[in-house]
Design a protein around this ligand. Structure first.
Ligand code: PLP
Length: 454
């Protein structure tokens, strides 16, 4: 399996290179040269197969031999070692709860898979380096970027969820340092603890600015000659195929539960709260591989480029606006080009596979209140946007609950008039002490700090 750049100016690469470099040299996103097709027998078996085996069968073609089977099996088993329950809310809407991972966010799946892949490649590079030093002259060209002596460093800007999932996923992975930039005072208390209490190879920078400032600092770092000469920099957002592709897995787990309950005559329509569109795009890949999924619906907040595109045919990116479902505050969704590629860049074909609705904060908050009162189910703000979209779509559907409501306590507790109990899995964080390096919202300051710690 090879990956080509959607920028069309860079050569195709294997999974390993795509995972290590993140983006192609021409700044395009990588996309698989062919989408694997499951056989009818495989699909039939997926109805009852265990999660780890499904994960291995789904990911194996994408990894394309760059990780040996035994290691990939282990990576897959570790990636998905928690529950993905499909919980009914109404007679026609069920919630796929993707918040039972270690940081209570769906991003755990992608972050755990990607970190373990990079850990594998890093170990392999260390072994190759020993061999190379013994056998060949140092000027011999090597094609493994991790073989360079530069420290391998993952940079992430986060509005809350990404940082925690990446920190947790990469904690203790040898040969990889992680630096997380988060906006001071703008992430929730639990999210902040998840970012700042890891230690080891994880460093948190508390930036005196907004999420956009953090993102701009990271983007500038990727473009900076001196920093790139000193470090091997990688990003851990959904642009990276190793984070994006494993997100397909939970649609297999959801479908398994759906079929067990409803049989396979009723299509499982899927509503995904979307920001950068990595998650929904991964689901659409699963469908393109032959998993019999229904229609996809992208639920958006006021950052609704795609909703407007589907209704007007005019794709107009915008500056992001702040909302209560802040993980979806994206004005220019990076993965949408992948969806268009899958749809042969054909607008009519896109409309057949994807719908979109958008809702403002007032409707979102009112929905959290209403669903709690009427059905006794506590939605998080992102799930609430999805619930509204599912009602508008008006056919049996699952909504993807992308994060636990406890991560957005101000909004949710006000909406339901109750405090939310902190799940035992994150209770331990409350005894930990935050460690973060204060950082001005300036690329120069960030760069000087990076160079000073070499
Ligand atoms: C990241 C995130 C999203 C958006 O996912 P995309 O793949 O960027 O579309 C939605 N909800 C929550 C809680 C998130 O953390």
């Amino acid at each position: 399996m090879q990956y080509y750049s959607l920028g069309k100016q860079s050569p195709a690469v294997d999974f390993k290179t795509a995972a290590i470099t993140g983006q192609a040299p021409d700044k395009g996103l990588y996309f698989p040269t062919s989408i694997p097709r499951f056989t009818a027998e495989q699909i039939e078996r997926f109805k009852t197969l265990d999660k780890a085996s499904i994960a291995f069968e789904v990911m194996k073609p994408y990894v394309g031999g760059t990780i040996d089977d035994a290691s990939l099996q282990q990576i897959c088993a570790e990636t998905i070692n928690f529950d993905f329950p499909l919980v009914p809310i109404t007679n026609t809407i069920a919630s796929l709860e993707l918040f039972h991972g270690p940081t209570l966010a769906f991003k755990d799946v992608g972050a755990r898979f990607m970190s373990r892949c990079l850990g594998y490649f890093s170990k392999q590079a260390a072994a190759e380096k020993v061999q190379n030093t013994a056998q060949i002259k140092s000027e011999q060209k090597v094609d493994n970027p991790l073989l360079q002596t530069k420290p391998s460093t993952v940079l992430v800007a986060t509005s809350g969820d990404t940082g925690g999932a990446v920190a947790n996923g990469f904690l203790g992975v040898e040969g990889v340092e992680v630096i997380i930039l988060y906006p001071k005072g703008k992430v929730s208390p639990i999210q902040e603890l998840q970012l700042t209490t890891c230690g080891q190879n994880i460093t948190a920078l508390e930036v005196e600015g907004s999420f956009d400032d953090c993102q701009a600092m990271v983007k500038d770092a990727f473009m900076d000659g001196e920093l790139n000469a000193a470090y091997h920099l990688t990003s851990a957002n959904s642009i990276n195929v190793a984070r994006w592709l494993p997100q397909q897995l939970y649609y297999f787990f959801a479908w398994q539960q759906w079929v067990a309950k409803n049989g396979d005559a009723i299509p499982m329509n899927i509503v995904v709260p979307s920001g950068n569109f990595g998650n929904i795009c991964a689901g659409m890949m699963a469908k393109a591989s032959g998993l019999p999924l229904g229609h996809f619906v992208a639920a958006c907040n006021d950052n609704n480029v795609v909703t407007r595109y589907l209704s007007t045919g005019n794709y107009a990116i915008q500056k992001s606006v702040a909302t209560v479902s802040n993980a979806m505050d994206v004005g220019n969704p990076s993965n949408f080009v992948r969806i268009m590629e899958m749809m042969q860049n054909n607008f009519e074909q896109l409309k057949k596979g994807l719908s979109s609705y958008s809702y403002n904060d007032i409707s979102t908050q009112a929905t959290i209140t209403r669903v709690y009162k009427e059905y006794g189910y506590t939605l998080d703000p992102h799930g609430a946007v999805a619930f509204l979209a599912a009602e508008a779509f008006n056919q049996p559907a699952i909504i993807v609950e992308t994060a636990h409501p406890v991560k957005f306590p101000e909004v949710v507790e006000t909406a339901i008039g109750q405090t939310i109990a902190i799940p035992p899995s994150v209770q331990f964080l409350l005894d930990k002490e935050k460690v973060a390096i204060p950082m001005g919202a300036s690329f120069e300051k960030f760069k000087n700090w990076m160079l000073s710690k070499l």
